[in-house]
Design a protein around this ligand. Structure first.
Ligand SMILES: *Cc1c(COP(=O)(O)O)cnc(C)c1O
Length: 233
C-alpha cells in the first residue's frame, strides 16, 4: 500500500470510530509520526495531505528539518522524551512539545521560547500505568499539580492538554481503560477552571489502537507505522 492509500484508509477508520462514539470526525486530528523516515518519505505524506507531524528526537529532526520544516502550513511537534539540555533546540525547531513530563522541563522550555520571542504549545505527558513506564507523570503526582499551578507564570508556554502512551498490549482492547482514565483526568482538570490551563487536547492512540482512542475521546491520534510501514529496527 502507498502512503496516500494508507492515509486515506486511516481517515476512514477515524471517521467510523468517531461515528460509533457519536462524535464528529472533525474533532480528531491525524498526526503523521515521521521518526526514522527520510525526508522524501515524509514529503510523500505531506503531498498526500498530512500537515501535522510528530518527531521523537531533537537530533534526528535537526538533521532533516531544513527540507521539511517550512513546507506551507506544516506543523511540527516534539512527541518523544525530551532531555533538559535539548530544550532550547527543541523550542527553536518545533511549534509544540507534546511530551512535557516535569516542571523543570516546562521552565526550560518557557525561558527558551521567551528568548526566541515565540509561544510554544505544550501538552503534559501522563503515564497512567505509573512506574512501568519510562516517561510521563503519574496522574496523582505533585509534579502534575505543580505544572498546572505554575501555568500562569510560564507565559511563553500555552498549555493545551494531555498526552499518553499506554503500555503495549497485543490486544488493543486492553488499553481502553488507560484512554478512559486519561479522559477522566482531563475532565477533572477542566472542571477546576485553573488559570492559564486549557486541556482541550487529548493526544492518544497509535497505529494499533487509535480507533479505541477515538471512541474514548482522543482529539489527536499519532500514527507512524500504519502510514509509513514498519520502521527499521
Ligand atoms: C513512535 C510513536 C508513535 C507512533 O507509533 P506507531 O505505532 O508507529 O503508530 C506515536 N507516539 C509516540 C510518542 C511515538 O514515539
Amino acid at each position: 500500500m502507498s502512503i496516500p492509500e494508507n492515509i486515506a484508509i486511516i481517515r476512514e477508520r477515524i471517521d467510523s470510530a468517531a461515528r460509533r462514539a457519536g462524535r464528529s470526525p472533525h474533532e480528531i486530528l491525524l498526526m503523521a509520526v515521521t521518526k526514522t523516515q527520510p525526508p522524501e518519505r515524509v514529503r510523500e505524506g505531506y503531498d498526500a495531505g498530512a500537515r501535522l507531524f510528530g518527531e521523537n528526537r531533537v537530533q534526528e529532526f535537526s538533521g532533516k528539518s531544513d527540507a521539511l520544516r517550512h513546507l506551507p502550513n506544516s506543523e511540527w511537534h516534539m512527541i518523544g522524551h525530551l532531555q533538559s539540555n535539548k530544550a532550547a533546540q527543541a523550542a527553536e525547531l518545533f511549534s509544540a512539545v507534546d511530551s512535557v513530563d516535569s516542571l523543570s522541563l516546562a521552565e526550560k522550555l518557557n525561558s527558551a521560547a521567551q528568548k526566541l520571542g515565540k509561544k510554544l504549545t505544550v501538552l503534559i505527558e501522563i503515564s497512567i500505568a505509573g512506574e512501568h513506564q519510562k516517561s510521563g507523570i503519574a496522574p496523582q503526582s505533585g509534579e502534575l499539580e505543580q505544572i498546572l499551578t505554575s501555568a500562569p507564570r510560564l507565559e511563553s508556554l500555552e498549555l493545551r492538554g494531555l498526552m499518553t502512551v499506554p503500555p503495549f498490549t497485543e490486544n488493543p482492547e486492553n488499553v481502553r481503560p488507560y484512554f478512559r482514565r486519561l479522559r477522566q483526568l482531563r475532565d477533572d482538570i477542566a472542571g477546576r477552571k485553573l488559570p492559564a490551563v486549557s486541556v482541550d487536547v487529548l493526544s492518544m492512540g497509535m497505529s494499533h489502537d487509535f480507533e479505541i482512542a477515538v471512541e474514548e475521546g482522543s482529539t489527536c491520534v499519532r500514527i507512524g507505522t500504519a502510514i509509513f510501514g514498519e520502521r527499521p529496527k
